[in-house]
Design a protein. Structure first.
Lengths: 530, 321
């Protein structure tokens, strides 16, 4: 018991000093410490720092739909090209399947060849077929997306979507956003300090699918009003006036993938617009299309809404175009520019959970948390001192050190402190002394049984250690389950709790034992007040 | 220097004698708690019910009727108003707007904000939460899972480290603690949200801590006094650990009391649950889990089998002898 070699003392004190030192930068601002050689920080959760938490969910049904539509387009294109077109008809999407008919029975095998080319002959990305191809009634092809293929598509789409979301939020210029994918179809977005999440949500709610399509000038206005599209056309609403509908040819002449840049600028009437610059392929295509269609109007479509449908007065060869009209404000034009720049979302995202905390409430909470912790600590310190005297003081020192050690470890792990986390701190103060209470009560007991001072202390620590171990392991089980199964605030609480359990065993048992040993060795008391 | 002793030396209270009365009282209270939960229901927060909640800070405490009529005029569904500890802070609860279009939720939040700010100058939102029904179902599911898994894992640990009777008695006592906490929330209609689930899990952690300390002492005394009656061993162990039980409960309550009084209104429910949990947990350590050990027929093993069991126990001790 009394045998505490110097190296052991040095390493215990050293370790605690280092861990405590790690907590120091967290008491200063991020900017104040940025020049320090190392400056680990405890992150403040959104409930303390203020800011927004958004849980986004990808619309898988919609993704399935657009996957089928894309397959329909490539089937049509594939059958048409290659010098020897294969005549197909009656192409339709129904019940999650794509089907079409080959007009000439003798071309069924050739059609299958071409289908295999576009659906991937054997193994797709998933290592399995992405599409099942079957032929019914000898000429009707049915393409069914396989589960594995769909899963792969969802996986890719969500990974891309997370990237796009990140680019868009970065463009807003907010500080240290966190964007992580969760599960198969969700994205968690946390933006500290953001006071108005509206702009963010507007931005994320946009798919930003940009398409240029030719307007069908021959369509019957009465039919359009009734919503009956001529063959090969689709009817789209105007962005600024959804009642007004336009018929456009289904084929996309240019899409948003061919963009290099998009910026919000002002047009000749000083109205906000979005100027886009095509990449080389897009520029070539745009030049060709405008050359071929001088005098005809084309529609600029964003997310299936027509922004405007200008007439092509002359071929546009410079590779830039301006999107104006659509009732743009500077803000909405800027949002569209950001969205176009960052690429289109491969899947629609919906906000299914949102928490926004004002900065003021966060500050109040931090303040209240600090006051409560200080008062709790003071109360516990007085209580322990009057109950256990010197041994109580040792325990108090251990508890105080423990708080800084937890903070230091959290900074090292870059963990996040939340409001329930502060509650975790206060609770740790209460429970950390439990270990010392156990030890001290045991020492009192052993003294009463008539053992001498050194024996009592030794036995007190030894017997209590076993109990402390058992109790903390079970407590730790509860904490671990919170960390694994809990969500949001529960996790923040669990981190503090687990760290507190781990560190308090060290400070309350090892550290106080060292203090007691040093004191006993120096003074050799024949009686102790405990 | 005289030091404070909360529990006098050689205290010997016959806890076990009272156990039948205690069982009856505990059973009645538990049934009462369950009945309360079913009869009054829990005041579920948006986390678990879905919908949206705006927490609005006012310059002066607003008349609730006026605030209600302002929001009713917006035609955004049934509004529930609740002062949040501080009369200047009001939580405004609204159901999730119909349809899946998330733009609608934003629109509702904006509408309420504007109307309230126009009617009560200087009012501004402190926070707002919107949770869709789908997510709230998941959160409930995960919350229940976390609590059940925690209880199960702890019970398993107690069986592995001690005897099966300890596992059963601990699990029963913890279930009791959880049910009492739920009953408390049904009674007070304090808001039940994710934070409270964290509180419940902590109560479980604290309560098990308390029980393991007594269980550990019972095990120790079973080895020391092999011939002693089980009820005497339990009584002795509870009495021996009583100073520690009182001391620790008081320290934890002191710390939590500071949090309740000075920790701000956001944590009120959390802290209230914790304080109740400490009291209930301490009670159940003595009267539910320890007393149940006697009922379950735990007894010190006969000497010949004893050596083997003790040897095994020695090996898995954390610290070498």
């Amino acid at each position: 018991m009394l045998d505490f070699p110097r190296w052991k003392i040095t390493s215990i004190v050293g370790l605690l000093a280092v861990l405590m030192a790690l907590s120091i930068p967290s008491f200063f601002g991020e900017t104040a410490t940025s020049k320090w050689p190392i400056h680990p920080h405890v992150n403040l959760g959104l409930d303390l720092a203020g800011g927004s938490y958004l849980l986004l969910e990808g619309d898988i049904k919609d993704l399935q739909g657009s996957r089928l539509a894309a397959m329909r387009d490539s089937v049509q294109q594939e059958m048409r090209t290659d010098g020897s077109p294969i005549g197909i008809g009656d192409i339709s999407i129904q019940g999650g399947k794509l089907s079409f008919m080959v007009r000439d029975v003798s071309q069924v095998d050739a059609a299958r060849e071409r289908l295999l080319k576009i659906t991937g002959s054997g193994a797709g990305l998933s290592g399995q077929r992405d599409w099942d191809i079957s032929v019914v009634d000898s000429t009707r092809f049915v393409l069914t997306p396989t589960e594995a293929g769909l899963q792969e598509a969802v996986k890719n789409a969500m990974a891309d979507a997370t990237e796009v979301v990140r680019r868009r939020i970065d463009a807003l210029g907010t500080k240290e956003p966190t964007i992580v994918q969760e599960g198969t179809d969700r994205i968690v977005v946390q933006v500290p300090g953001l006071q108005n999440p509206q702009a963010l949500k507007d931005l994320l709610g946009k798919t930003a699918k940009l398409e240029f399509k030719m307007v069908d000038v021959n369509a019957d206005p009465a039919a359009i009003a009734k919503g009956i599209a001529p063959v090969g056309d689709e009817i789209l609403p105007m962005a600024d006036n959804p009642q007004q509908k336009i018929a456009v040819h289904r084929t996309t002449i240019i899409s948003g993938d061919m963009l290099d840049d998009a910026q919000q600028k002002y047009d000749q009437n000083n109205q906000p617009d979005v100027v886009i610059r095509f990449n080389s392929e897009g520029g070539r295509r745009f030049a060709k299309v405008t050359q071929e269609n001088v005098g005809k109007p084309f529609a600029i479509i964003v997310d299936n809404q027509v922004i405007s449908y200008p007439r092509i007065d002359e071929p546009i060869l410079g590779g830039t175009a301006s999107i104006s009209g659509g009732g743009f404000t500077v803000e909405s034009a800027n949002n569209l520019a950001i969205a176009l720049r960052s690429g289109k979302l491969p899947v629609n995202l919906k906000v299914i959970e949102e928490h926004t905390v004002g900065a003021e409430l966060g500050n109040d909470s931090i303040h209240a948390g600090i006051v409560a912790s200080a008062i709790a600590l003071a109360a516990v310190i007085v209580f322990m001192a009057v109950t256990y005297g010197r041994f109580g003081l040792y325990a108090n020192l251990a508890v105080a050190i423990n708080l800084f050690v937890i903070l230091g470890l959290m900074a090292l792990l870059n963990a996040t402190l939340t409001l329930p986390g502060i509650a975790g701190f206060v609770l740790t103060i209460g429970t950390a002394v439990d270990a010392n209470v156990l030890i001290n009560e045991r020492i009192r007991e052993e003294r009463r049984r008539g053992r001498n001072v050194v024996q009592s202390v030794e036995l007190g620590y030894k017997e209590a250690s076993r109990t402390i171990f058992e109790a903390n392991v079970t407590h730790g089980i509860a904490g671990l389950i919170m960390l694994i199964l809990g969500s949001g605030p529960i996790k923040g609480f669990a981190i503090v709790l687990l760290l507190g359990i781990a560190t308090s065993v060290f400070t309350a048992v090892t550290f106080t034992r060292m203090l007691v040993a040093i004191w006993l060795r120096r003074n050799r008391p024949s009686e102790i007040h405990i | 220097m005289r030091l404070l002793k909360l529990v006098p030396d050689n205290t010997n209270i016959d806890f076990v004698r009272l156990r039948y009365i205690a069982f009856a009282v505990t059973t009645l209270l538990t049934i009462g708690a369950i009945a309360l939960v079913f009869a009054r229901g829990l005041n579920m927060g948006v986390d678990f019910e879905g919908g949206l909640m705006i927490e609005e800070h006012f310059q002066t405490a607003p008349p609730l009727d006026e605030l209600r009529s302002t929001i009713d005029g917006l035609n955004v569904g049934d509004v529930a108003l609740q002062p949040f500890g501080d009369p200047k802070v009001i939580s405004i609860r609204l159901p999730q707007p119909p349809g899946t279009d998330e733009g609608r939720t934003n629109a509702v939040v904006k509408k309420v904000e504007t109307a309230v700010a126009a009617k009560f100058p200087g009012a501004e939102f402190a926070k707002y939460d919107t949770v869709s029904g789908k997510v709230s179902d998941e959160l409930i599911h995960r919350g229940i899972m976390a609590v059940l898994v925690a209880i199960f894992a702890i019970g398993l640990f107690a069986i592995f480290r001690f005897e099966w009777q300890f596992g059963i008695s601990t699990v029963v006592a913890i279930l009791h603690d959880v049910l009492m906490t739920l009953g408390f929330f049904a009674l007070t209609q304090l808001q039940f949200d994710l934070n409270i689930v964290a509180a419940v899990l902590t109560i479980i952690g604290y309560s098990i801590n308390d029980k393991i300390v007594i269980d550990d002492r019972i095990r120790e005394n079973m080895r020391r006094y092999r011939k002693m009656e089980m009820r005497e061993i339990v009584n002795l162990s509870v009495n021996e650990t009583l100073p520690r039980t009182v001391m620790t409960s008081l320290t934890v309550i002191l710390a939590l009391g500071a949090l309740l009084l000075f920790g701000g209104f956001v944590l009120h429910g959390f802290t209230a649950a914790m304080i109740l949990g400490v009291i209930v947990g301490t009670y159940s350590s003595i009267y539910v889990s320890s007393s149940l050990l006697i009922t379950l027929g735990l007894r010190a093993e006969p000497p010949e089998a004893k050596g083997k069991a003790a040897g095994k126990a020695e090996r898995i001790r954390p610290q070498g002898e």
